[in-house]
Design a protein around this ligand. Structure first.
Ligand code: VTB
Length: 316
């Protein structure tokens, strides 16, 4: 069953307002306060929706997050059962330092269509539309993935560009890219945006690869699905506690590589509003008591992928 178009406007409003709530915190060096503002705003607005919402990706586990924790029920309970994934403030460091790349993100699906997993790391790889899904794999070498990509896209191997989170754990990937003479875009945080740089030619990224947050992986997968791009993810359940939690959620094979259609099973809607200017969307822009907010919205069944600009009156 497709998700009603009606929810598009509601979701845009939710991420717009969460983004605006972060505005007073920009550059104040307090990422906790910034995150709290966004989470509060998102939760308040989700609770106004006529849905039976279940947070499947949230701010953490129930015992560690006071709001929008995994398993929290949101909405008025009058309406359809939906799964909800949120990252009210993706890029808390960016917001705290007023640096580019902070966004507010949400994705929804019908019940049981978004992957349920405990908060853990995930190895992930995303790549553009039109590439044979068996050509790219987390277990291939970077060289093999890139030569398959070059063949599929009819591009020169040396002209390919990859995006990687700048972390010591990615030394091997970065070194291999260097030895292959491949250009790397290193990002300091924000791998929802990073993974989505493969969606459009204008970003000039052919492959996103590396280990980041699992929740961010599931969120990005929703938009990647609407763009018909490729994605593979493997959760890292490397402690007994994580294994126990994963098991409780029905995960039996801890090393499984998930395909996009196993992470996002049916229709989904994704929204990301810009807080500070980034690669995907512009940042908040306050002019004459009006806040202009840029939002990327995708809706798989509607084949929708567009950026809208909201104009919201700010009462002084
Ligand atoms: C990523 C990124 C986030 O954390 O998931 C990353 O999307 C995970 O890696 O924006 P580290 O724990 O090494 O930071 C962020 O950078 C911050 O939540």
């Amino acid at each position: 069953m497709d998700i009603d178009k009606f929810y598009q406007d509601q979701l845009i409003k939710i991420t717009q307002e969460a983004a605006i709530s972060v505005y007073p915190h920009l550059g104040k060096n307090n990422k906790i306060a910034a995150d709290e503002a966004a989470t509060n705003s998102m939760r308040t607005n989700l609770n106004k929706m006529n849905i039976k919402g279940n947070i499947v990706i949230g701010e953490g586990e129930m015992d560690e997050a006071p709001m929008l924790y995994i398993g929290e029920k949101v909405g008025t309970k009058n309406g359809p059962e939906l799964d909800i994934a949120v990252d009210p403030l993706e890029g808390t460091n960016f917001a705290a330092k007023n640096l580019p790349g902070a966004i507010s993100v949400i994705a929804i699906s019908n019940k049981n269509d978004l992957f349920h997993a405990p908060e853990s790391y995930m190895e992930k790889i995303s790549y553009p539309h039109g590439i044979d899904k068996s050509a790219i794999d987390l277990d291939f070498t970077l060289k093999k993935n890139l030569s398959n990509l070059a063949d599929s896209k009819n591009k020169k191997f040396e002209s390919l560009r990859i995006c990687v989170l700048d972390r010591p754990r990615h030394k091997k990937i970065i070194d291999e890219a260097k030895s292959l003479n491949i250009n790397v875009k290193l990002i300091s945080d924000g791998d929802v945006s990073g993974a989505l740089l493969v969606t459009e030619e204008k970003h000039n990224i052919d492959l996103f690869i590396g280990t980041g947050g699992g929740p961010e992986g599931v969120l990005a997968a929703s938009a990647l699905d609407a763009y018909d791009c490729g994605f593979q993810g493997r959760f890292i359940f490397d402690t007994d506690e994580l294994k126990k939690r994963a098991n409780k959620m029905g995960i039996k094979d801890f090393d499984k590589k998930y395909k996009l259609d196993e992470i996002i099973k049916g229709d989904s809607l994704f929204c990301a509003s810009g807080i500070t200017k980034g690669d995907l969307v512009n940042g908040l822009d306050l002019r004459n008591n009006k806040m202009f907010v840029n939002t990327l919205i995708t809706h798989k069944s509607q084949n929708m992928k567009k950026i809208v600009t909201g104009e919201i009156d700010i009462i002084k």
